[in-house]
Design a binder for this molecule. Structure first.
Ligand code: 5AD
Ligand code: SF4
Length: 449
């Protein structure tokens, strides 16, 4: 028998759910290699920062963390211990060798398409002490080479079905950092889904940068869309809930809208970014849709599934945005009504077309517009949650809460719910009568199993 190694790793994940999924896969691969996780950087033989490049703040945070990790590496060196520092994710892909120039303590830079090579690259650093930058796009090799039975997972598990984006919104780095659209074949997704369910998952969140553009190979060899994929997954025993994120309005086809009315496991929640309520801004952003088309999709999805809860992403202060155009976004939000949403100040990203546009909006103006938009969205979220007061809703419990006996789960509308129970109810779906509604969460009393 192989002697267990005592190597340990520290892994920090920034950004989106795709990074969370990738981090889980890296964790599995490191565990197979005999690593154990530590929460203390000072104890780690391997430190991985899985990074996000979407906005400047997220990317800069990585460098400030790296400064502190370098100090830790130096301190460990004085104790005779080696530390390998790896930067993965979208900063790795976008900045490559620049990272090792800016922070020479970094040993490894690995882009999102090369994670299957993690163990081999770590070994190479250990043997040669060379700095390695690996940011090729070798296609779908990653999923196949990282496939191993999934471990015990949260009752709500992520499953990547699609990666990359061909849309090229003018503000966005994703088409450059994650590459061209790629969809995994149905058979491989079904296998991973079965493994996740066997390991304890009750809900699957299908992930893709442009998930509703999914067009993977079906069993007959012809390509299938996201609606068909959802219908196939709904046939698997033990799968109670299906969600998907993130979608683009252009790919919200009739079949997917119909699936919301037909597949009971498909949860009544849709995250559909619009970014702006101004048609001129949408054109400048190269969004390939107008506000009217967005409203039309919302109308159709509400006819198919009247109780659908809506979520979106917004950017304020895109170059050239006028006060009236910012106002148009508020009007759109008022007209649609969102259960929750994310909103951001426009952040110029190197290499994207919008970053070189004139007429950048001053930061104070962006802040003021963001504040007004967020105030409206927060009011809508609070109001949406208050509608649940007194109702009994099915909650899938995902984890223990902070208080003794407290558990935390989600409603079909993705609202966070706190409730107290006697036994361990993680992984169970229970009826909860809602007694308190706040902006970001509900509390309630368990009514039934
Ligand atoms: N600046 C601000 N927000 C951005 N997003 C993407 N790129 C930028 C940027 N350069 C936002 C969009 C997207 C979400 C994931 O992040 O709203 O939908
Ligand atoms: Fe970025 Fe989404 Fe636009 Fe693709 S569709 S470029 S991921 S904002």
């Amino acid at each position: 028998m192989q002697r267990p190694s005592t190597k340990s790793y520290f892994l920090k994940t920034f950004g989106c759910q795709m990074n969370v999924y990738d981090s889980e896969r890296m964790t599995e691969s490191l565990t197979r290699d005999g690593y154990s996780e530590t929460a203390e950087i000072a104890d780690a033989d391997l430190v991985i920062l899985n990074t996000c490049h979407i906005r400047e703040k997220a990317a800069e945070k990585v460098y400030s963390d790296l400064g502190r990790i370098r100090d830790m590496k130096d301190a460990r060196k004085r104790d005779g211990k080696d530390t390998v520092i790896a930067v993965t994710g979208c900063v790795a892909q976008a900045e490559g060798r620049e990272i090792t120039t800016r922070q020479p303590a970094v040993d490894l830079v690995i882009g999102p398409q090369s994670y299957h090579r993690l163990p081999e690259l770590i070994a190479r650093v250990g043997n040669t002490r060379e700095r390695i930058v690996e940011t090729e796009f070798p296609g779908d090799e990653k999923f196949d080479r990282m496939s191993a039975p999934r471990r015990v997972v949260s009752p709500s598990a992520f499953l990547t079905v699609q990666e990359g984006c061909d849309k090229f919104c003018t503000f966005c780095v994703v088409p450059y950092t994650r590459g061209a659209e790629f969809s995994r074949p149905l058979a491989k997704i079904e296998n991973e889904a079965r493994e996740l369910i066997a390991a304890g998952a009750r809900e699957l969140v299908l992930l893709g940068q442009n998930v509703n553009a999914y067009h993977g190979e079906g069993h007959s060899g012809r390509s299938i869309g996201l609606a068909e994929l959802i219908r196939r997954l709904a046939d698997i025993d033990g799968l109670e809930r299906i969600r998907y994120t993130t979608s683009h309005p252009r790919d919200m086809d009739d079949d997917l809208i119909a699936a919301h009315g037909e597949v009971p496991q498909l949860m009544p929640f849709l995250h559909l970014p619009i970014q702006s309520g101004s048609d001129r801004m949408l054109a400048a952003m190269n969004r390939k849709h107008k506000t009217g088309e967005y409203i039309d999709i919302i109308d159709r999805i509400r006819s198919a599934r009247p109780d659908i809860a809506l979520s979106s992403d917004f950017i304020v202060g895109f170059p050239g945005e006028t006060a009236d155009e910012a106002e148009d976004t508020l009007k759109l939000v008022a007209a649609v009504g969102f259960a929750q949403a994310y909103s951001f100040k426009y952040s110029p990203r190197p290499g994207t077309p919008a970053s070189s546009l004139g007429d950048q909006v001053p930061d104070e103006v962006k802040s003021e517009r963001l504040q007004r938009l967020q105030a409206l969205l927060e009011d809508q979220q609070t109001e949406f949650n208050q509608r649940s007061l007194g109702a009994t809703v099915p909650v899938l419990f995902e984890r223990k809460g902070r208080q003794p006996g407290e558990f935390v789960g989600r409603t079909p509308h993705l609202q966070l719910v706190h409730a107290v129970a006697d036994g361990d109810i993680v992984g169970r779906t229970m009826g909860v009568t809602v007694t308190e509604a706040r902006r970001a969460s509900l509390s309630g009393v368990i009514a039934s199993a």
